[in-house]
Design a protein around this ligand. Structure first.
Ligand SMILES: CC(C)(COP(=O)(O)OP(=O)(O)OC[C@H]1O[C@@H](n2cnc3c(N)ncnc32)[C@H](O)[C@@H]1OP(=O)(O)O)[C@@H](O)C(=O)NCCC(=O)NCCS
Length: 161
């Protein structure tokens, strides 16, 4: 899984997608500090302990460097940024039943606009799984020779706890 590079100065607008989701009852927002346990536990249940650990780092920041998608009072997706390493996007995930309606793309755009607002010119998508998703959504390009990138000599802790 290679790292990808994204131009933050040519990002598609988030608003049209956000409005479309809102019409379907899906709201994107930063979680609040008191929601940390609920969000981190959801990420752990859905995607494992490593992504939950990275999500915890987002809660050490203000504004919290994470977006969640909420429908009917429940989290259906999340995206973190500037947590794995400076300027990195991820981790991100949408619960299986909610996929294919634009939530993943909206979370990606919200987080990338967050990085742009922080002053970054480029974002790095670390260890990208669905490369075509990122290519299509934001024109991400592969960074040659970036595999395994920073993901080496790590302690395996990915079990859902
Ligand atoms: C990747 C993921 C976040 C996408 O979420 P999603 O809500 O289903 O994505 P969207 O509905 O916004 O899809 C946007 C577009 O990307 C495409 N797409 C979605 N997942 C894709 C994938 N895995 N590979 C290629 N294209 C994909 C969709 O078909 C859609 O195309 P369209 O605009 O032409 O209709 C979701 O599949 C997921 O949580 N996967 C498991 C976790 C994961 O892999 N995270 C990324 C780690 S780097």
């Amino acid at each position: 899984m290679p790292d990808l590079l994204v131009k933050l100065y040519e990002l598609p607008a988030l608003a049209p997608l956000q409005e479309r989701l809102l019409a379907a009852g899906i709201k994107l927002r930063h979680p609040l500090a008191f929601e940390k346990k609920a969000v981190v536990e959801w990420v752990n249940r859905e995607f494992g302990a490593e992504w939950a650990s990275e999500c915890e780092v987002a809660f050490a920041r203000q504004p919290i460097s994470c977006f969640i998608a909420v429908q009917d009072g429940k989290i259906i997706g999340f995206a973190c940024y500037d947590v794995t390493a400076k300027g990195f996007f991820g981790p991100t995930g949408v619960t299986a039943e909610a996929r294919g309606q634009g939530v993943g793309r909206a979370l990606l755009l919200a987080a990338l606009h967050g990085l742009a607002e922080m002053g970054y010119a480029y974002a790095i998508i670390g260890g990208a799984g669905p490369v075509d998703f990122y290519r299509k959504a934001v024109g991400a390009i592969e960074i040659e020779g970036s595999e395994p990138g920073i993901y080496r000599d790590w302690l395996p802790t990915g079990e859902r706890t």
